[in-house]
Design a protein around this ligand. Structure first.
Ligand SMILES: [Zn+2]
Length: 279
């Protein structure tokens, strides 16, 4: 009898252990900087990746990949509970990062991908300083405006201003929000450019060493919580290893914000910007 009870207790314990880690009251997250790179094969297969989103309460992703095949797979999976917002990555292989802005083949790639009819933006692309002034970059910015696409730009401030200079109607998600651009300057840029959104992966200064929100970022979020999104930036395999901890770290500082601000940054901004139904 005792052994049967023990056996039953063990069975209950095992069953409990496989229940998804996400508590019902956890805030849903939209990952606005996701790469599912495949050169030639992905680090994790699709099922594993979808499971990582599920266990982290990630209910939406801004999906990109190099090449774009990984994004196609994420879209085609039609995974329940996951909204996929696909962006055209203007790269076939890693070395395109250095040359895409002068490469006519990249324009052809963007045109061919766009014909799939599912894309909501172009990026993430990397551009620094005056390279943003290249004719192909302007052509891509104009194309994005014409087709109602967002740009996801990993760039310095000089390039950011050149991108907006190409076409004042451009809508730009600033990958990493300048990494270390002073918070006061980020605020000025947001206020000067109403179609600028800051994505916060690798962004320094948000928290102090002990995990407490810094005063300047608390103030910036209080003023502009509708202008930021979080992201994982799974650009290398290590970022997939760290995925759970990255999301945990976001949750830790989101929990220090007033709920309405936290909700905006966690997922509501993405829903508004991409016209998704509310979570
Ligand atoms: Zn990235």
């Amino acid at each position: 009898m005792i052994s049967r009870i023990i056996g039953w207790l063990v069975a209950v314990a095992l069953a409990t252990a496989v229940v998804p880690a996400r508590a019902q009251d956890e805030i849903a997250l939209f990952d606005a900087h996701l790469h599912y790179n495949q050169e030639p094969n992905p680090f994790y297969d699709l099922e594993k990746v979808l499971d990582i989103f599920r266990r982290n309460g990630v209910t939406g992703i801004l999906a990109t990949s190099r090449p774009n095949k990984g994004t196609h797979e994420l879209v085609d999976a039609k995974a329940p509970g996951l909204r996929v917002v696909p962006f055209i990555r203007p790269y076939r292989v890693r070395s395109d990062i250095q040359t895409w802005f002068d490469d006519e083949a990249i324009w052809e790639l963007i045109q061919a991908e766009f014909k799939r009819g599912t894309y909501r933006g172009i990026g993430e692309f990397h551009i620094y300083g005056k390279a943003a002034a290249r004719p192909l970059v302007k052509r891509i910015v104009d194309f994005a405006v014409e087709k109602d696409l967002w740009l996801h730009a990993h760039c310095d401030e000089e390039a950011l201003l050149i991108l907006f200079g190409h076409n004042p109607k451009a809508r730009i998600i600033w990958a990493h929000t300048g990494f270390s651009t002073p918070a006061a300057r980020v605020r000025e840029l947001l206020e000067a450019h109403p179609a600028l959104i800051g994505e916060l992966s690798y962004r320094s200064g948000i928290t102090e060493g002990d995990g407490t929100l810094s005063a300047e970022w608390r103030a910036l979020f209080a003023r502009h919580s509708e202008r930021f999104m979080i992201g994982s930036d799974t650009w290398i395999n290590e970022r997939w290893f760290q995925y759970d901890n990255l999301m945990k770290a976001y949750r830790a500082w989101l929990a220090q914000l007033p709920p309405a601000q936290a909700k905006n940054i966690a997922h509501a901004n993405a829903e508004r910007l991409f016209g998704l139904r509310a979570e």
